[in-house]
Design a protein around this ligand. Structure first.
Ligand code: PMP
Length: 440
């Protein structure tokens, strides 16, 4: 009997007792390849000696000092490191403890930016259907994950959703990339106009959509057009790279592949690689300048903002990522993983799509490949495939919903950046066996 009340307390779980490199071990001594790095978190795998040493040293030296009185060396160094790797405009870091907190923080920064500029009427946020931005009530309100929202409706804030941009799905017959991107940008503009001029604070989007759709990148040209619409209407662009950022897609920031720079960028997961809970918002100078030059203080804060141990962990993770050239390695391993998935599942009767970037890749499960018809969602095929994979020693990303309920569900892989080619090949094999065991 467990006294823990987590998500599904009645489902008996294995007890994880140890992690080493790309593997987790349970209390019965079983070994699992961490094929989704937990939830796209463990970019350096488990038990990395340099990170462990940095965390231990920081706990001993200084575990906590409130940011109302002090800054700390690891927080300052981490902010410097992030500023040094980001486009010039995006040089200010605010450190929190999770992805949801990063999103909440960005929403409040955007709001205060407008208030400082005399535009307090900008109270709406526009986001996209089929998105996930976190589970706290503000982040949940802007998210487009119907399952996560349903029990808590009406939420504290009203959602204003537009269509997501999925390179393959959602396109109208005969539409080119440019026409598709143009149509979605126009939809955003119409939404902003309908809400009323000067009432929208920010547009929020995942650069590459993660949990709700499974590693779906936008069509080329989408984000520059979205950026232009935002500029025309004084709306800030917030990109959520909690899952797709920090090297996961083969560039340091996922937006580098899209030709835009956001006003606010949300980070978490791979930032600290799971060694400590940490998230961050990177803010553009214009946002920070408006706040500093206005009332002077950002009216926000959590007890664990800029936590020294969390920052030390992230600093160590990011130092290793840089020193070992791991972002370039992700790009290269990603090309290999893509090829491997295509050779294993390209002709599979129940795989309708193979997609992703870097070490962020998914297969879409369908009843019929030719028509793309999904399985009945009640069958929970993705969950059964993941269970079968776990029995074979492979962990995949836990979520796996369908796109707009009309496309297949998916299995997402987001392995550590330190995985070897052999380990990735074996993961694809195990996934193939699991799929064949569930759907024949
Ligand atoms: N945004 C995105 C894109 C995410 O994938 C997640 C977590 N899956 C979050 C925000 C929320 O992060 P956290 O669970 O750390 O609060």
């Amino acid at each position: 009997m467990t006294h823990i009340f987590h998500r599904t307390p009645r489902v008996p779980l294995q007890t994880a007792v140890r992690g080493e490199g790309c593997y987790l071990f349970d209390a019965d001594g079983r070994r699992y390849f961490d094929g989704s790095g937990g939830a796209a978190v463990s970019c350096l795998g488990h038990g990395h000696p340099e990170v462990v040493a940095a965390v231990a040293a920081q706990v001993q030296r200084l575990a906590y000092a409130h940011t109302s009185f002090f800054t700390s060396e690891p927080a300052e160094q981490l902010a410097d490191l992030l500023a040094g790797r980001s486009p010039a405009g995006l040089a200010h870091a605010y450190f929190v403890s999770s992805g949801s907190e990063a999103v909440e923080t960005a929403l409040k920064m955007a709001r205060q930016y407008h208030v400082e500029r005399g535009e307090a009427g900008r109270r709406h946020v526009v986001s996209r259907r089929q998105s996930y931005h976190g589970n706290t009530l503000g982040a949940l309100a802007i998210g487009g994950n119907a399952g996560r929202r349903a029990l808590y409706e009406p939420l504290l804030a009203e959602a204003h959703h537009v269509s997501p941009c999925f390179a393959r799905h959602g396109r109208q017959a005969g539409e080119s990339d440019a026409q598709y991107a143009e149509r979605l940008a126009d939809e955003l503009e119409q939404k902003i106009l309908a809400l009323g001029p000067r009432t929208v604070s920010a547009f929020v989007a995942e650069t590459v959509v993660g949990a709700t759709a499974g590693a779906v990148a936008p069509v080329p040209g989408y984000f520059p057009r979205i950026r232009a619409v935002c500029e025309r209407h004084g709306v800030l662009l917030i990109l959520d790279e909690v899952m797709s950022g920090m090297g996961r897609t083969g560039t340091y920031h996922a937006f580098e592949q899209e030709g835009v720079v956001p006003d606010l960028l949300c980070l978490a997961k791979g930032l600290g690689g799971g060694y400590q809970p940490i998230g961050a918002v990177l803010a553009a100078a214009r946002v920070v300048d408006a706040i500093v030059g206005g009332s002077g203080a950002f009216q926000h804060g959590h007890t664990y903002v800029g936590h020294p141990v969390a920052c030390a962990a992230a600093l160590a993770v990011q130092t290793v990522v840089e020193r070992d050239g791991l972002v370039a390695r992700v790009a290269e391993l990603g090309r290999g993983l893509d090829a491997r998935l295509r050779s294993r599942f390209g002709d599979h009767p129940h795989v309708g799509d193979i997609r992703g970037r870097g070490l962020f890749q998914a297969i879409e499960l369908v009843r019929e490949r030719d028509t793309g018809e999904p399985f009945d969602p009640a069958l929970q095929v993705h969950a059964r495939v993941k269970r079968a994979a776990q029995e074979r020693g492979l962990l995949c990303y836990p979520a796996g919903g369908t796109i707009d309920g009309r496309r297949g569900d998916h299995v997402l892989l987001a392995p550590p950046y330190i995985a070897s080619v052999g380990q990735l090949d074996e993961a694809v094999e195990r996934l193939g066996e699991a799929l064949d065991a569930v759907v024949r």
